[in-house]
Design a protein around this ligand. Structure first.
Ligand SMILES: Cc1ncc(C[n+]2csc(CCOP(=O)(O)OP(=O)(O)O)c2C)c(N)n1
Ligand SMILES: [Mg+2]
Length: 298
């Protein structure tokens, strides 16, 4: 088989896949699509560290792996510590080429692994930390995480008692560490996604990428709507696409704004929302956008 010689934008058009089909993701999984794109962009000189999460199941049980690059499964809270150690090991051996990627869910990132993540970012460890955010603990049955948006249904925040607290502001937390690179990305905008991964690959030190990942079972959406929902997330400004370098934020994709109702309507995790709930969410999204705009002027 032809070996991939990727690490460029051409990887997106290449018929050579690194991640194999036949993996264990649900149909329409935005996280699996993101992982497929990421390994295609970073292979062959990369190694992944994946804690307990859907991805640890999707890539297949040992000794089988659909990923196509070296992969280390680790305990739920320790993606950052293990990725940091592996990256340090490569550097000690004189290998400055192999990029280590910690690939963790929102539960691992926003909640249980936050301490390890913060310590690693504070040390400016040399690897890319990717949080694929499907906004709940999906692998164990759709429990709320601190990345779940306010008002959403999950199995621990049922329709009668939806989540009462807002989504945690991970950007502000990460910015506080003054790391060299932070970006958000969305697999429905593949060129932007690719440019950010390729850019992150070249930077030294701690790099953080926050991914929007639609989840049909967890968001109660149609499998065929994954890309539509993902596009709407950015078009409605629910999930803006930006990068932060030296504290300065720049928007990388800036489409004409669509009403949040279009994004909400395709996901039954919001089926209980009234017109007033949607209006309040729109207000919150606009407020957040203005905060980000202020960061783009610093
Ligand atoms: C210490 C510990 N607590 C709980 C679990 C059970 N567990 C495994 S995966 C998971 C959910 C992970 O959620 P997230 O990080 O958002 O990834 P997703 O499943 O959504 O892909 C949980 C709670 C575990 N493996 N280890
Ligand atoms: Mg999750």
């Amino acid at each position: 088989m032809t070996k991939p010689k990727f690490q460029s934008l051409e990887a997106l058009d290449s018929p050579i896949e690194v991640m194999s089909p036949g993996h264990l993701a649900c149909p329409g999984c935005g996280s699996a699509l993101s992982l497929r794109l990421a390994v295609k962009l970073l292979a062959p000189d990369c190694a992944f560290v994946i804690p307990a999460c859907c991805m640890a199941v999707i890539d297949g049980p040992f000794p089988f792996s659909s990923l196509g690059v070296p992969l280390y499964h680790v305990a739920f809270p320790s993606a950052a510590s293990c990725a940091a150690g592996i990256a340090a090991g490569f550097r000690k051996q004189g290998d400055r080429k192999t990029v280590v990627v910690g690939w963790a869910g929102d539960g691992a990132t926003f909640d249980i692994g936050l301490g390890a993540l913060s310590a690693s970012a504070a040390r400016n460890d040399d690897y890319i930390y990717v949080c694929y955010d499907n906004e709940a603990y999906m692998n164990t049955g759709i429990q709320q995480s601190t990345a779940t948006p306010r008002g959403a249904w999950t199995t621990t925040t049922p329709y009668s008692q939806p989540k009462s607290r807002p989504k945690k502001d991970i950007l502000t937390l990460l910015r506080a560490h003054e790391i060299p690179y932070i970006a958000s990305a969305n697999p429905a905008f593949p060129e932007d996604f690719a440019e950010k991964f390729l850019k992150a690959r070249k930077i030294r030190g701690f790099r953080f990428i926050h991914l929007f990942c639609s989840c049909p079972p967890g968001h109660k959406s149609l499998e065929a709507d994954t890309i539509r929902i993902s596009r709407l997330a950015t078009e409605t400004r629910v999930f803006p696409l930006y990068e932060v370098k030296n504290g300065k934020l720049s928007f990388t994709v800036n489409p004409a704004q669509k009403p949040v109702g279009e994004y909400i309507a395709l996901q039954r995790r919001f089926a209980h929302w009234s017109a007033e709930d949607i209006r309040l969410y729109q207000k919150q999204v606009n407020k957040r956008w203005n905060e980000l705009k202020r960061l783009s002027r610093v």
